[in-house]
Ligand binder design. Sequence first.
Ligand code: XMP
Length: 517
Amino acid sequence: TVLVVDYGAQYAQLIARRVREARVYSEVVPHSLTAAEILERRPSAVILSGGPASVYADGAPSVEEELFAAGVPVLGICYGFQAMAHALGGEVARTGDREYGKTEVRSTNAPHSLLSGTDTTQTTWMSHSDSVQAAPAGFEVLASSDGAPVAAFADADRRLYGVQWHPEVRHSPQGQKVLENFLYDGAGLTPEWTTGNIVEEQVAAIREQVGDARAICGLSGGVDSAVAAALVQRAIGEQLTCVFIDHGLLREGEAEQVERDFVAATGAKLHVADGRERFLTALEGVSDPEQKRRIIGREFIRAFEDAEAAVLSAAHAEGAKVEFLVQGTLYPDVVESGGGEGAANIKSHHNVGGLPEDMVFQLVEPLRALFKDEVRAVGAELGLPAEIVQRQPFPGPGLGIRIIGEITEDRLEVLRRADAIAREELTASGLDQDVWQMPVVLLADVRSVGVQGDERTYGHPIVLRPVSSEDAMTADWSRLPHDLLSRISNRITNEVSEVNRVTLDVTSKPPGTIEWE
Ligand code: XMP
């Protein structure tokens, strides 16, 4: 395992992803670990990430020299590079030569193995105000830039390396090559982390964890829960029951798709709970977004409890217990919540709407170590169809938070039809993979005047909200081709008589969120 020590910037996860793209397994650890604790984990290499601090600032995280003396290959990046220089006796100074953004870096020597295969002058992405003025003894300076006399260094004997720039971001076009040089040449690692291996490892781990107990998995219709369920199904077969709660806030064809495609691909036992009536009744008269979410979450818990009882009774195991709950928790969630290890008892989960605290399961989280793109690859490896594996994200509360105003069956039907048209046209244009997701929103409490066939109409506007994003934390509105937008608009206003206006949301996130509620 390559350990990426997180110095508090947003880059550590990205570094781990890039290392895995190089087919080497990697995990993020907090900088609060001591060098001894890091070494105890027997990493095959260590990467020190960037971070916002100056090595001279009070309380700045430092690196103990011990880490560099253990014979473990280390790569320092940005702050990690400076911390390494500082710890080993190099000179780091604040010179006022701040570099931010695109920066040219020149290799100083005959290309060294860390920079081999990259251009003598390469574009990199920098973000620093301190810079390394002199490399520590034993290090060779590999590159410099206008603001950084030492922009990269290496001590090949001790297998210690560092770069001032961020090789993990796409704005450093040759960055991946630098990372691979470190991993393959510097650290002598071989690229062998593949989705096939992930599946094998996880299947073995799940069998070991669950033994012959019973497990239950809530399917949300999304990628993560489907892949988690398919993995667990592969591991323990009949001991798993999947539960799908149809809350009536789904898009056209969605419930059928889960029933048909998921079961066909995995052979899993599926219990579908029809909660349409119960959710609609509970939501009657409610238009406040937060209240909607709370009600949907609460009803979800109840429906799930009923489903658990139904599952046991169907297995003629009344009074028995389901011991394990499968969840599609991903690595970014794990890192963001402090990177804690081990499966605690469940409290809540955004995919299943927050399960009750007295419902005590042990968790099975086979995707805990994976990034989204890896989850998709594992899903494909397990034979899940592209319709499931490549799905765009869809919120747990479903169309409930895409009807602005009270939710009624009639309004849901209008939105379902408009949404189906928008999705169909987006798919037909081949642009599915270019947008992160495209919520379609019904402004149910707004009416606007229109004219159709000489007749005045008084209908509702639909909002298209196509966005591009890497992780949903930030997003930009997608520049979809005008002819596609025009086809969607024409078809919706022609085919959905309640809608007489289609509008496009051109707000980034922030300040807007992706969903309207
Ligand atoms: P926002 O609207 O906050 O959405 O920009 C960010 C991402 O999260 C999805 N989303 C949800 N997903 N349960 C979910 O499972 C929810 O309650 C929920 N609310 C928003 C949204 O679709 C987007 O991908």
